[in-house]
Each structure stands twice: as C-alpha cells, then as structure tokens.
Design a protein around this ligand. Sequence first.
Ligand code: SF4
Ligand code: SF4
Length: 181
Amino acid sequence: MLNMPICIEADLLVLSAAIIPNEDVDELGRLFKVPLNQDKFFLEAHMKLRPVDFATDGVFMCGLAHSPKSVSESIAQADAAAARAATILSKDEIELDAKISEIIDANCDGCAYCIDPCPYKALTLIEYMYKGSIKKTVERDAALCKGCGVCMATCPKKGIFVRGFKLEQISAMVEAALIGE
Ligand code: SF4
Ligand code: SF4
C-alpha cells in the first residue's frame, strides 16, 4: 500500500499453514452423494437457510470439511449439525414428500437415459424376467427422490413422471389457464 519497502521489528512471526482438502474427498462425496465446491470443500444446501445441511437428506457437515475456520467456529457448527441430526433421530417415522417420480414399467425399456441426469441419484437400472425374456426398467428410491422432474424431462418414452405432473395434467393446466384468459 505504501509502495515502498518497510522494516518491522517483531517479537514473533506466526505463519498460517494452508488447509488443503484430503485427496480422497471426491470419493467421499460420491459415497454420500453430496457436492463439493471448486476448492474441494463440501458445499452446503444453502449458505443462509440450510448452512449445515446437504441437499441429500440426513447428511450434515461441520468444521474443516466445509471450509478453513477457527476451532470455535467449528464447534458452533458441530453443535448445529448435531441439533439437525437430532431432529431426524428423535422421530420414529419420517414422512416422505408425495410428489416424487413414478415409473410406468410398460413404457420403460431400460434405455437408462434418465439415470445419470438425476441429481439425487435416486434411479437404478434393474432387470427381471418377463414372459421368458429379460425386461429392463428403472427403480426409484422413494427416500432419495425429490420430485425435481429431471428424469421426466429426459425420458423419450414417457416411462417416468412426477406425481401430479403427467403431461396430460400439465396440458390440462395450460388449457385451463388459456381459457381463463
Ligand atoms: S424426480 Fe428428480 S430426484 Fe426424482 S428420480 Fe426424477 S430426476 Fe431423480
Ligand atoms: S424411464 Fe425412460 S429414460 Fe429412464 S430407462 Fe426408462 S425409458 Fe429410459
């Protein structure tokens, strides 16, 4: 700032060592199905509204997994993560959202186009015997599905839809809105 060399006599010089994420962090992220930011620290669901949650339900984070921070900040965040986990562990049953995807087995040929685009990894390709031959289809994990509709938009065969948002239902809504105009 001064644009000139200066000399400071100090009693102690303390250097802060860099905090670098573990090399295996990608694998851990894949295992728990949670995202990382560009610096390879875990990314919360929402910085303000869900600061210790992930978009994946039931997984929480705190401390250096999130970003470089002081011990007191890590402890405060750990308290928050424990409290969030307790809200789940204290329940005997958890209700799922009704608006999730549904597979129409007769339409699905197991092409698997929908599997990779699903942001919550809720779909799995399966095979079973049907009338003497192998039938491929997908299976949806109701606990993971968020009803985002990406699979529905991806499927070219109308093999999957989100409850309440079948194409016929959406068309009816559009028609009703236009008639209302
Ligand atoms: S609705 Fe979204 S979360 Fe559910 S299976 Fe389809 S893409 Fe995955
Ligand atoms: S639901 Fe659609 S995109 Fe997914 S495997 Fe079946 S046919 Fe393919």
